[in-house]
Design a protein around this ligand. Structure first.
Ligand SMILES: [Zn+2]
Length: 130
């Protein structure tokens, strides 16, 4: 199922919670998760009807999204890494490879990432603190 294979990033937006994901999963999110999707360049965003990140994570897991596909503020949920000031590495959200290359002209287009391992191409990557 395509929609379960992308990465879902739960972020705080305005005074609510939002879900960021690659737009390849857009119809899956609309039809299966039942969220309204807003598209902005390469990233799709949905406002979430939840008050806490735990509720959002629980809902996604109930809908069949694997925990390793869920991130909170860009950090993988399952690894529950601590962020802040420490060096982070970029990791492919599909296969976990660190062979991530950033493409696109800085300042002109939003960064786009390509995984040299599995061919993933998208605006979302995981950042893992090492
Ligand atoms: Zn990959």
């Amino acid at each position: 199922m395509a929609g379960a294979e992308t990465l879902y990033n739960i972020v705080r937006c305005a005074d609510a919670l939002c879900l960021e994901f690659d737009c390849s999963a857009r119809s899956w999110v609309e039809n299966f998760l039942g969220f309204t999707v807003e598209e902005s360049r390469d990233i799709c965003t949905s406002a979430l009807p939840f008050h806490t990140k735990d509720d959002a994570i629980r809902y996604l897991v109930e809908k069949g999204v694997p925990e390793e596909r869920i991130a909170v503020e860009g950090a993988p949920f399952k690894l529950s890494v601590e962020r802040g000031g420490r060096p982070a590495i970029r990791v492919c959200p599909v296969c976990g490879s660190v062979r991530i290359v950033q493409i696109g002209v800085l300042g002109l287009t939003p960064p786009l990432y390509v995984c040299e391992n599995c061919g993933y191409r998208g605006a979302l990557v995981l950042e893992v603190v090492i």
